[in-house]
Design a protein around this ligand. Structure first.
Ligand SMILES: [Zn+2]
Length: 318
């Protein structure tokens, strides 16, 4: 039993998850609870505080050395503030780091969720000891992160760059970011589901798979149907894979990392996207040897953010 732990928190729009980690990255305990964000920041912060106490108890550790929080953004990592009325309604200028520091009297770090997921893969996942590691998380959105020499790359004022909103097709669908045809609006789970709901499904198994309710079609069902050779589903996956590949090619040309890790719910079907991606990389290897950039599936699944959040503290202690 380890006597010292760091707790990593993964705060999403619907749930908050916590894990207790030793210095060598062993996860001793993990729990999650609904965040009920709409009830406001204060009840939410109390829930997080209770969750931390529960996970500390469950770990059996004597000492809590710090708390790392990965949160759905926008956030301000320098001042430890969450400012996200988009997926955490009412959470504007919430000083989560100061709150947790007061409650537990330990160092607290706050980072963007895509950044900590990438950092987790660097610490204990697919990207261990990779000097320039880029991560693309495709789920309800498209999150991107760059880990340089084991550190989160930051833009001005500590800002998290939003690679998921680079524009791939100006004639594409509108996004809440104000652009048309950004990576997220073309490739995230809701984009895949939307295309399927709008498609002519007369000769498709999708409707039957969704129990006859077009609203129940989601990205996972589209991937399953494509695997069975369903023509509309295959067409949607092909189109998505085309745009996804453009996004990756742009990353390779802009950053030229040693590795790009692919994570998130949609990338559980990465096998459907990789053939397109390989072809695109082969076709765009003129300016740089793009084929030498390793494309790897994420290894830590839903826990990547917990690992990375804990590492934000452990990396300052070791
Ligand atoms: Zn966008």
């Amino acid at each position: 039993m380890s006597s010292e732990i760091v707790i990593g928190i993964d705060l999403g729009g619907t749930h908050v998850r916590a894990g207790a980690f030793t210095s060598n990255g062993e996860m001793l305990a993990v729990q999650e609870t609904p965040i009920e964000a709409a009830r406001g920041p204060e009840p939410g912060l109390r829930r997080i505080q209770n969750l931390i106490e529960a996970i500390w108890n469950a770990s059996g550790a004597k000492m809590l050395l710090g708390i790392g929080v990965g949160s759905t953004g926008p956030i301000d990592p320098i001042h430890g503030m969450i400012n996200n009325p988009f997926t955490l309604p009412g959470w504007e200028n919430v000083p989560i780091s100061a709150w947790l520091r007061n409650a537990f009297d330990v160092p607290v770090a706050l980072e963007n969720d895509a950044d900590v997921a990438a950092l987790g893969e660097y610490w204990r996942g697919a990207g261990q000891s990779i000097q320039r590691l880029y991560a693309v998380t495709v789920g309800t959105g498209v999150g991107t992160a760059l880990i340089l020499d084991g550190q989160i790359y930051r833009g001005m004022d500590g800002l998290h760059p939003e690679g998921g909103h680079v524009i791939l097709d100006p004639s594409g669908p509108p996004c809440y970011c104000g652009a048309h045809g950004c990576w997220e609006s073309l490739c995230a789970g809701p984009a895949i589901a939307r295309q399927a709901r709008q498609a002519d499904l007369h000769h498709s198994i999708l409707l039957e798979m969704a129990g006859g309710d077009v609203e129940k079609i989601d990205a996972r069902l589209v991937a399953e149907a494509a695997r069975l050779g369903d023509p509309p589903a295959c067409a949607i996956i092909d189109k998505t894979a085309h745009y996804f590949s453009l996004g990756i090619i742009n990353v390779i040309h802009s950053i030229t990392p040693e590795m790009i890790v692919l994570g998130g719910g949609v990338m559980k079907s990465a096998d459907l996207f990789l053939p397109h991606l390989s072809k695109a990389i082969a076709a765009h290897s003129i300016m740089i040897p793009a084929h030498r950039v390793r494309i790897a599936p994420a290894q830590l699944g839903n826990y990547a953010g917990l690992y990375g959040a804990a590492y934000t503290i452990w990396s300052t202690i070791k």
